[in-house]
Design a protein around this ligand. Sequence first.
Ligand SMILES: *[C@@H]1O[C@H](CO)[C@@H](O)[C@H](O)[C@H]1NC(C)=O
Ligand SMILES: *[C@@H]1O[C@H](CO)[C@@H](O)[C@H](O)[C@H]1NC(C)=O
Length: 283
Amino acid sequence: MKLLASFLLLLVFAYATQDAPPYGPSQFSNIGTINDLTVTDPSDLFSGGTITVDGISMIIPNNSYVTLPSISVMWSELFVGGAPQLPQFGAPGVSWEATVYGNRIGDIYVVALVYITQSSVRIIQGFVNAIDLGTGEFWVAGTSAAPGTGIRARLNDPVGRYGLEYLDHPLWTVDAESPSVTAATGFPLCIPRYANGTDDPLCPLKNRVINGGVPTFIQFKTAATRSTTDPDPNVMAPLMVGDYITINGIEVGDGLLAVYSLVANLGLYTAPRETRKCNVPLL
Ligand SMILES: *[C@@H]1O[C@H](CO)[C@@H](O)[C@H](O)[C@H]1NC(C)=O
Ligand SMILES: *[C@@H]1O[C@H](CO)[C@@H](O)[C@H](O)[C@H]1NC(C)=O
């Protein structure tokens, strides 16, 4: 009887084990929360490192690119002096996430493709209820009659493509080449750069047509038919208080959302068959 009891105990507590994976390499695709990330040699642009996603430690090989919301950089460029440049990493309520694809070599996860962003599924929609032309900050999803309520945001625009420059977190930038700040029709939008009443020639007020106090859609005229006072499709159109927008961004602390993508519910249409460059320099 005693023997049977210890045999049963053995059954309950024994693990099935194996000495090696049944086959390999095997593929993995994981999506999860980043617990940790390191770079092996911060002084080497091409250095790999490690990333831990949902508790699983993975190798980032040398020469790896990492894809961020708008740009791709070398793995080492995520770090300054070995410290990851992920704003608010580890702060309560802030989730930095990775999508990783790769191969398990033996029991080691070796990453081939890696995508990183903060709160990857977050989308914020609402009306713009105030814009501070002095700083380029705007407020969204607040109370209409109370300017400055809601989420405080600004375009994360290190080169000043869509308005005033913002240099603090360049990894999490807007896309300055293939516009990520646009009307729903794809036309690029901007925030005027001057708070002193001067019209910004790269972001002129004439590119928003007001009809009965309400901004309306624009059908730009062709080069042959438009005058100097008509809306000009060669420059962007200003975002305005009252616009309904969809934004993605990252929390950078102090209640500020640094926006990398903005789409406004606006109809701005270029003339049929007319090409347009919108002050984006040719590369
Ligand atoms: C990766 O780069 C580091 C230096 O950053 C170097 O020490 C190491 O040997 C490299 N690994 C491979 C597999 O080339
Ligand atoms: C407003 O500021 C801009 C940029 O500093 C300047 O070029 C412009 O002359 C200013 N306008 C007025 C009215 O002061």
